[in-house]
Design a protein around this ligand. Structure first.
Ligand code: SF4
Length: 254
């Protein structure tokens, strides 16, 4: 919950159809949230369908949406087990929230300016809230940008200064090369990224096929590099030795 205006409830309840967004059903859900809050009674009752009876408003102004069974609402006592989803609710922590939690306070505040004026429905929407996408660039790139830029800047201006932010694909697919280029003082544009990807793909073509010993994401290496070869170059399995050698070869392109 970034302030008193909004909260994120995107993953509540942790059973949703793919692509589902609360904002698609805003009016119906607002009515359900009011009803849940008004009739809230912490007794054992399983979640049915895609709606949880414990999701409600946390404030009197009906702005903050969240779990009425959460320890923060119940003097430290976790009552989420009452829905039968206690463990699943505790585990539900999205990638973006994890990345956000690792950022410095300065970078958190810098990023949150892009959610100014949003309500909880927009803030919880992966489509409408640009923070979801920005966070996928990862800690290093975001810290770099927040360090260099003034405290207030529009998203449009930010994208003009950092053209790579306009890319359509999952940022994790290219965050590694972008990070390395930024370290060298270069801010890549979309054309430079495309040329780099062509070169890297050619390298993979002529150095593969790989022995496929391990799932790429399980290797003990820099997370950004692993995301890059998995999502950017399509290598789902590779041995540690091969991945290390690929990393050395790729670094010569920066
Ligand atoms: S119990 Fe709380 S955290 Fe779990 S789905 Fe319901 S509202 Fe969400």
């Amino acid at each position: 919950m970034p302030d008193n205006e909004k909260s994120c409830f995107a993953c509540c309840p942790p059973i949703r159809p793919k692509g589902y967004e609360h904002i698609q059903y805003k009016n119906i859900i607002k009515r359900i949230l009011r009803e849940n809050t008004r009739s809230f009674k912490p007794t054992e009752k399983p979640i049915t369908g895609y709606s949880c009876w414990a999701l409600g408003y946390l404030d009197e102004q009906f702005r903050l949406v969240g779990c009425l069974l959460h320890p923060a609402k119940n003097n430290g006592q976790d009552l989420r087990y009452l829905t039968g989803y206690g463990d699943k609710c505790r585990r539900e922590y999205c990638l973006e929230a994890k990345i956000f939690s690792e950022l410095s306070n300065k970078t958190k505040i810098f990023l949150l300016q892009f959610s100014d004026g949003m309500d909880s429905f927009i803030y919880s929407s992966r489509v409408k809230n640009p923070l979801f996408r920005l966070l996928r660039w990862g800690k290093d790139i975001l810290e770099h940008i927040a360090e260099k830029e003034p405290n207030r800047i529009s998203l449009i201006k930010l994208k003009q200064k950092y053209p790579f932010l306009k890319i359509q694909k999952d940022p994790r697919a290219i965050a590694y090369p972008v990070k390395e280029m930024l370290k060298k003082g270069c801010v890549p544009d979309l054309k430079e990224i495309s040329l780099f990807l062509n070169q890297a793909n050619r390298l993979v073509k002529y150095t593969g096929p790989f022995l496929e010993q391990k799932y790429t994401h399980l290797l003990p290496m820099d997370r950004d590099f692993l995301d890059f070869i998995r999502l950017g170059l399509g290598i789902k399995k590779i041995s540690y030795k091969e991945a290390m050698s690929l990393k050395v070869n790729i670094s010569s392109y920066f």
